[in-house]
Write a protein of this length. Sequence first.
Length: 450
Amino acid sequence: MLFGSKKNKILIILFSALFLVSIAFAQSELQIDYPKVPGKTDIFKTGRTPLLPQYIAYAINAAIAISGAVIFFIIIMAGFKYFMSRGSGSKVQDAKDSIFAAFLGLIILLCSYLLLNFISPNYTTLNLSLKTVGIIIQNAGGEEMLVSSGQENLENFIPIKIIISKKYINESEMTLYSEKNYSGSIYKIRKSSWICPNEDECYVDYPENYRKGSISVLILRPGIFIFKDKKVPYYVGNDLPNTMALLDLINAPGVVNGIRIYNSSSTNYGAMTFIENNYIGPGAIYFPEKKAGWASEEIIDLNRIYSIKIFNVRQINGSLGEYFYKPEYDYTSKCKTSDDPIQSLPTQKISCGIEEYVYSMKLNNSWAILISYGNKDNPDRFAKFNEYSSQIPKIDRLTPFAFGEMIKVSDPNMDDNPEIGQCICNGRWLGIFWCVNWQSCATHSIIFTR
């Protein structure tokens, strides 16, 4: 009996339950940028952070999809068996048992998925593209360590050589420190120092006085670079709900507090940073004027960055969104918008009459960033915003906010949005804890085309 035996029913349940155990291993972000130097393919021998958790996280997502398909197939086969087994009590019972076991496995699988998504939405997003840029350092014993952003302590490795792909020579910036944790005297690798014995890779001897110190690596490419204590660069390719969980930075001292944006002639990157995890809390939008190269000469110190959203837009068009202070796009409650440049950042000010706040939003082939500078109904957040904004630089095209959220699709009712929607609580259930009437707090917006 293919589906009806106790052994197979137990296997179905155990197969699904394995995902609950696997969660313990999926403990890191899926944003991995590890270098690929010609001839250097064994990324497990990096001397750096273990890669196994990342591969397990990818395997979990693929296995969830496969398991769902297998369980669906089992349900169909068991149903067919049930249909064909009328008149035979034992076969009918076996078919029922198989269907029950399959549905139980499906429930366990769904719970596993929800638990993974609760821990971090990144775990339930299957993304198998691993970009590979960086350098290799080599010690006297021939061992190699891959460095994609920085290595804070070289005492136990002591490199004698730096190896890089030839195509990155003109796009790399390497800083060597005489002491660990990016301290002591500084040595910059000059582009003229590289020796290229072939068309694929180049090398330079590691200065002796810096071999027990530390190294930071920056490979220039369009996108967002964040810095820990304004020293170690880390390239951000996707939204990050928790910057402090990044394996390449977690052992380095300090906090993520700096940002720089690098654009090519065909990109237009901006960033939305938050001082708390999971894109909540006060923060700032930095959307520099479009130009190729670094948007700023110096690292912008934003005090602390615990989560970050990035965006790359083609153009700005303020006519691609409609706002309403009632749910379900009620045109009797349509808000007015007006240009309201704040520190040269192209924003729109939203005026919703008596209500003042956006409650539903319709987007036409566009997406938006909604922000608020604070309000009287939430004095604690406004106070935190004032404290934060007083510590960040007042530079062109950088705007702090008390509440902020990136909106990618039309939303008929924003009171279920965790940040910009669940902003003002106008009522409480039994007068204690539960709000029964949330209200949005969005007062400004930036509209982008897709």
